[in-house]
Design a protein around this ligand. Structure first.
Ligand code: SF4
Length: 161
């Protein structure tokens, strides 16, 4: 049996996915180290099949929560993940994805049809409004150094490496 790995998942909600791109760029430098230490469970940008949150030690959550469906999925992810890490400003604070929260009354009326028709929430939320968050990596996109130091903390918390 090989060495124990950290079971990680990555999910993207309402946002532009730039922190995903930052993570993929980090693989240029860290691929060999991380392939020994990380077991990807749900990670659709890396795996076409077998994506599941079951048994995740850590789920990295990028983006804000804009719809009822996203809210329900985030609650399920919390139940299946030992740790949740908010990735990027949209997940940490809601903004910039949550700009519609600041619309004036007449602009809000204009978008109401879309909000109702597509199951959007009244407001767009940072993930901490919905579930407990263990770590946050702010930045737009996420702060690379803080991401790496958070990952190191998680490796040591779970006794990896
Ligand atoms: S925090 Fe910035 S980079 Fe990240 S998803 Fe939101 S808008 Fe995009």
């Amino acid at each position: 049996m090989g060495a124990k790995k950290l079971a990680v998942s990555w999910i993207t909600f309402a946002c532009c996915e730039d922190s995903t791109i930052v993570f993929v760029e980090l693989l240029n430098e860290h691929f060999f180290e991380w392939s020994e230490k990380l077991d990807f469970r749900y990670c659709k940008f890396l795996k076409g099949r077998g994506n599941s949150f079951e048994g995740s030690d850590v789920t990295f959550v990028e983006g804000a929560i804009a719809t009822k469906e996203e809210e329900a999925l985030l609650r399920q992810i919390r139940e299946k993940s030992k740790r949740i890490v908010a990735i990027g400003s949209c997940a940490c604070t809601g903004l910039p994805s949550a700009q519609r929260n600041q619309f004036d009354e007449s602009t809000r009326r204009e978008i109401m049809m879309v909000i109702e028709r597509f199951g959007h929430l009244e407001k767009v939320h940072p993930i901490k409004d919905i579930v407990k968050v263990d770590y946050s990596v702010p930045g737009c996109p996420m702060d690379e150094k803080l991401f790496l130091s958070t990952l190191e903390k998680l490796f040591s918390e779970f006794g990896i490496g």
